[in-house]
Design a protein around this ligand. Structure first.
Ligand code: GLA
Length: 376
């Protein structure tokens, strides 16, 4: 009898606005995109999980009892953590062959890591179902799976990311961004009429290394700022509260808190602008978000700033900002569809002039969230 196989496909994402707000229980406005990671899961007769990836041209093997953060090679630590947490959540342990294929560029700020984790989770659950195992009902809930994938990132790689990336990979909608309240997980769909705005993602070529500690440092600073302000997380702070406590915060924490609090406000206004058709206002909010990430949260870099400047010089561009955790990765630019080709050409040509290389960019459209295709 052929062994049952499960296949899952999980998309990457572009965050339109709401950066470094998810780890503060705040608001984000991302969209899932067409680029995705696919994982095929096939049960084995032993208890080994063997992972093979076309993206890194390599394989990794681990066993149920292995500590995820010690699994080698390093790229397999997140998937190992996903498998470990699924078992902790009551999924019967089984050996699996997991084959990974992806068209998401790695480390480009499009959330390739969350897409991998979501696809591994869905394929592993799908394989268990296909072989007749009882799957705990909670693992059928997408918000629960998103939280599990977020926790896997911390367990496997030590980076305490927020929930945005796995959440949007699981909840993406075709033709819409999703406004997510990262405290309550309430999702509001925000339509992105293709005829009005195109989104272009440009890759700075600078590869972020959140593991280098800057992401965690920002998060720690936010937590300290919340304590100084007497709130649970910065989600609960207002611009006035931050202003009142500016002396106690000191200059660095003041800037960090100011970014998060204002960015949360911008997310709501951005969603409202899109809904009311005020695309210019939406674009201005993207521009302000970038300035705040550059000056107050200090997670941009010269290459990202240069890409944003290149974009803003192109007629038809509404707004531009870095997207994702920062320190490299990509920018997202909102542009009138008729000017998108000019923008792509500007990244290529101006990139050579300002960064010494043509900058690859592409138009991305809002795509549906992850799907489990066979056996799930
Ligand atoms: C990374 C993290 C997310 C989020 C963004 C910044 O992508 O994985 O959880 O914090 O940075 O908005």
């Amino acid at each position: 009898m052929p062994r049952p196989e499960a296949v899952a496909r999980a998309p990457g994402r572009v965050n339109l606005i709401g950066e470094h707000t998810d780890h503060q229980d705040g608001f984000v406005l991302p969209m899932a995109i067409g680029l995705a990671t696919t994982v095929r899961a096939r049960p084995r007769t032993d208890d080994v999980v063997r992972l093979e990836s076309d993206a890194v041209h390599g394989a990794a093997e681990f066993r149920p009892g292995d500590e995820p953060c010690r699994v080698a090679p390093e790229w397999a630590r997140g998937p190992a953590a996903v498998v470990a947490l699924l078992r902790d959540a009551g999924l019967p342990a089984a050996g699996l062959d997991l084959g990974v294929a992806t068209d998401l560029p790695l480390g480009a700020g499009l959330s390739s890591s969350a897409a991998l984790h979501v696809a591994v989770a869905l394929a592993t659950i799908g394989a268990a179902r296909a072989s007749g195992a009882a799957v705990p009902p909670a693992l059928g809930e997408r918000a629960t799976l998103a939280a599990l994938c977020r926790d896997a990132e911390a367990l496997g790689t030590g980076v305490r990311c927020g929930i945005m990336d796995p959440f949007v990979s699981l909840h993406g909608r075709r033709g819409a961004a999703i406004l997510v309240d990262c405290r309550t997980f309430v999702v509001t769909e925000v339509a992105l009429p293709a005829g009005r705005i195109a989104f272009v993602v440009a890759d700075s070529g600078v590869r972020h290394a959140h593991t280098s500690g800057e992401y965690g440092k920002r998060r720690d600073e936010c937590e300290t700022a919340a304590r100084v302000l007497g709130v649970k997380t910065l989600r609960d702070a207002t611009p006035d509260l931050v202003h009142t406590h500016r002396a106690a915060l000191g200059p660095v924490l003041l800037r960090r808190a100011r970014h998060v609090v204002r960015e949360n406000g911008r997310v709501g206004r951005a969603a409202a602008s899109l809904a009311s058709g005020d695309d210019e206002a939406f674009g201005r909010l993207l521009d302000r978000s970038h300035a705040s990430l550059r000056d107050d949260f200090e997670v941009s870099c010269p290459e990202l700033d240069a890409l944003v400047e290149i974009a803003r010089e192109v007629p038809g561009v509404l707004g531009s900002r870095m997207t994702g955790g920062g320190f490299g990765g990509s920018t997202v630019t909102a542009v009138r569809p008729g000017s998108a080709a000019d923008l792509v050409a500007a990244f290529r040509d101006e990139g050579v002039r300002r960064l010494g290389r043509g900058v690859p960019s592409r138009i991305v459209a809002a795509a549906p969230g992850a799907e489990a295709m066979i056996g799930a």
